[in-house]
Design a binder for this molecule. Sequence first.
Ligand SMILES: [Zn+2]
Ligand SMILES: [Zn+2]
Length: 333
Amino acid sequence: MEIREVPEPTPGRGQVKIAVAKTGICGSDLHIYHSDIAIPMKTPVITGHEFAGTICEIGPDVDGWRIGDPVVSETAFAFCGACPACRTGFYNLCPERRTLGYWHDGAFAPYTVVPAARLHRMPGNVTFEEAALAEPLACVTHAVIELTTIKPEDFVLVSGPGAIGLATLQVALAHGARVIVAGMSVDAGRLETARELGAFRVMDVEREPLAEVVQELTGGVGVDVVLECSGSARAVDAGLRALKRRGQFSQIGLFGSAITVNFELISYRELRVTGSLGSRFSSWEKALSLMASGAVRARPLISHLLPMRDWSAAFAMFERKEGLKLLLDPHEA
Ligand SMILES: [Zn+2]
Ligand SMILES: [Zn+2]
């Protein structure tokens, strides 16, 4: 990865050009950096897919949008529209899906071009900094609201208190759940944020045994739901063991390589396990609504705002698990 001078993009038919205000670094950008990502890529490409900005140019055949509109954009730049996944609204799973920041030039740049059909209007009370987290939040609402069922008073275990984990915590809290957030010693600051955001219990798994804490809190029954956000094999194993009989396990974090899991844990307790990938129209509408109402606060998840020219230092900080969500200002290259 490097900073390069490239021509400014021009919006084609049905597309708009956006002046990117703020753009976030995602865990998957680190996976791209290390070449261990399974999402199709076409290089050279401008990475970056979490952003908010303002429409600055409108291509032919675009209705309903004006120059100056503050917007966020879905990342599903292209999909076939004809496969069973697309035709049932799950275009996040289209085999032909081509993603912004992977296949099409993304948001680590002052300007980017997206299809107008993927735009969402920014709520009036949300800042560009906060709205840059709409994309990760939409992935979370897809996993937590659309693929998992959480009921009031459910015990929910969130493993991995990064930005995704803390957004997951807030969405689970919006359902009235009692949320346990588990992290490691290096996550001390993040666990403190989880406590401030309303976690029922936070714990450092290197200091306290997760199984014992869960047993104690749930009267030996186990948690109703596990939302795994860390992408670590140990967290998957601990999460499967922490679940009650017929509990639900949703995988949100990515691993970067194959992991070994005792699948028997799923059989003997009739666990329901699902993956989750990206987001779709409805996940974005829910995410923006949760932001607008204040049920999900993005502000506490933003730890740094750096100029684009410091991207390399920002990636290194993210890798060292310093801070939470790091935002870049692409106009300061
Ligand atoms: Zn992302
Ligand atoms: Zn398709």
